[in-house]
Design a protein around this ligand. Sequence first.
Ligand SMILES: [Zn+2]
Length: 161
Amino acid sequence: MVTACTPAGPQSTTAQVRVTDDGSIPKNESISLDDDKHAAIANLDQELLTAMRKAAADAKLAGVELRVTSGWRSAEHQQRLLDEAVELYRSEEEARRWVHPPEKSAHVTGKAIDIGPTNADDWLIQHGADYGLCQAYANEMWHFELLTTPGGQCPQPRSTT
Ligand SMILES: [Zn+2]
């Protein structure tokens, strides 16, 4: 249906929000947990997102800002990251220590989130269990998943070697 009636006023006040289909966030950039328009946030598991937002609100009171460097990723985006890692490390085996294939990545199912900067990771490693959030891998201090119940105890971060 075509309508001649166009809404008055500015179309959007969030023009700076990048809308991507595959959930990619440019390297060295981060987005807010409130950035609902970004697929990386919009496609996250609701339980994980709710827990992260609670943690972020409390972190803020402590003067720490939790920023998202990666959230949900499409399978294509995950595969691209793996391909880039293989190129970087010149070894499929070494690359897989850092980047899971799409079928193994919790990012593709929306059940993992990467947080930065370093002081935010430190805060979340220390307090995350209060929200059920745990560091999943020993070699990735930025990668968090819901791995316990709020107030429970996190499992030992897994080694990928
Ligand atoms: Zn991750």
